[in-house]
Design a protein around this ligand. Structure first.
Ligand SMILES: *Cc1c(COP(=O)(O)O)cnc(C)c1O
Length: 383
């Protein structure tokens, strides 16, 4: 659906863009989707919110992804309209009644998440008793492992999760259990610990669950943020899950967002002005780089100049985005050629997650161009 080029250089030579461009690497999205599906001993859902661009969804679908973690009716509609044989899981713990009934009646959604008994009431009411509905109870996890702690907002404490599981079963719905260790989690043992707690909760509840969902949280590679490979996380999950010795009919699930798509997209920006060691480019923290600031990340980057080489000497630069707001600046300096200048392009790596998904139109600036690049150089794999 978007124009395809062999390389970023070829695209630049043709477009000479003074506007920012998202450069998808479909082969990279596919590779990550297969890596999860090959290594995870269960069902792999994709967390739609992370990057809902149709080009991303189509690529993941081609790579075999058929199940999507969704949080809104708009996401459910998006998945449903694109893929006839895909399933949406409505895994937001707090939903409007109307969105539950539309999800159930119009889109055939049969899987929901709750972390409070009032939300369970709502699901039962809006699905006509919920006899054909699976409800995962979202359990809070311990803080301290991830860059983003999501348990501060969602998740029932283990004792409450026990009560909720019992109630889901008593009401005649099918109970499941889920957690999310937090996003950009660098520690495989966070999953092992959470699975151990999940096992205790399941045992105490004494109900038959049909699914156990370890959520997302798998990390992407950023400069100075060493993280183990995905396989280490999957191995930890595999062994911790085996310890629980749950019946064979229980479906283990995960729902990665960031790790699935971060590496498959780079952002191409142009330098519009240089003042000493300050570089002003045409996208920033109100655009694709919101998370870079929010999470204090250092994405990998390189400068590209079409009419001649850039200097081999490097220097540290502060990168400013295009809006008039002074917070529109990257939190860490970027290493660039010492002679970087107006008109050069900078390709910023690891921008596939929470980028276009959260970009604003503040001040009239919004990156709207998406291209696909077939060449897969691995240049952006930091580790
Ligand atoms: C955001 C979210 C995910 C994806 O999290 P990542 O850290 O991007 O992998 C998965 N599940 C739920 C319920 C989420 O809210």
């Amino acid at each position: 659906m978007q124009a395809t080029y062999q390389s970023v250089e070829e695209m630049l030579a043709q477009l000479r863009p003074s506007y920012p461009i998202y450069c998808f690497r479909p082969a990279e999205f596919e590779r990550m989707a297969r890596r999860f599906q090959d290594g995870f001993p269960g069902k792999v859902l994709y967390a739609t919110k992370c990057n809902p661009h149709p080009g991303v969804l189509d690529t993941l679908y081609r790579a075999g992804i058929r199940n999507f973690d969704t949080a809104s009716l708009a996401e459910i509609a998006l998945v449903s309209e694109r893929f006839e044989d895909a399933a949406s899981y409505f895994h937001h713990p707090v939903k409007s009644p109307a969105s539950i009934s539309s999800a159930y009646m119009v889109f055939g959604v049969r899987n929901f998440t709750i972390d409070h008994s009032n939300e369970l009431d709502k699901v039962i009411r809006e699905t006509d008793g919920g006899r054909d509905v699976g409800v995962q109870v979202r359990m809070a996890t311990e803080d301290g492992y991830a860059t983003y702690n999501l348990s501060a907002k969602f998740g029932a404490e283990p004792e409450e999760a026990v009560r909720l599981l019992k109630r889901v079963a008593a009401e005649g719905l099918t109970p499941g259990l889920s957690f999310h260790v937090g996003s950009q989690c660098a520690h495989p043992e966070a999953y092992g610990k959470a699975l151990k707690t999940a096992g205790e909760v399941i045992a105490q509840a004494g109900v038959e669950i049909d699914s156990l969902n370890v959520g997302g949280g798998f990390p992407a590679h950023y400069v100075g943020h060493d993280v183990p490979p995905i396989e280490d996380f999957l191995a930890e999950i595999r062994s911790a899950y085996a310890e629980l010795d749950l019946p064979d009919n229980v479906v283990l699930m995960c729902e990665p967002g960031r790790a699935m798509v971060a590496e498959g997209c780079t952002m191409l920006v142009q330098v519009h002005l240089r003042k000493d060691n300050q570089v002003y480019v045409n996208d920033g923290v109100y655009g694709s780089l919101f998370e870079v600031r929010e999470c204090n990340l250092s994405p990998p980057a390189r400068a590209i100049r079409l009419d001649g080489p850039v200097s081999n000497d490097t220097a540290e630069f502060t990168l400013f985005g295009p809006t008039c707001d002074s917070v529109d600046v990257l939190p860490n300096t970027m290493t660039l050629p010492a002679d970087v200048r107006e008109g050069d392009w900078i390709e910023i790596g690891q921008v596939g997650a929470y980028s276009n998904a959260v970009a604003t139109k503040f001040n009239g600036f919004q990156a709207e161009t998406f291209v696909a690049i077939t060449e897969n150089t691995k240049r952006w794999a930091v580790a």
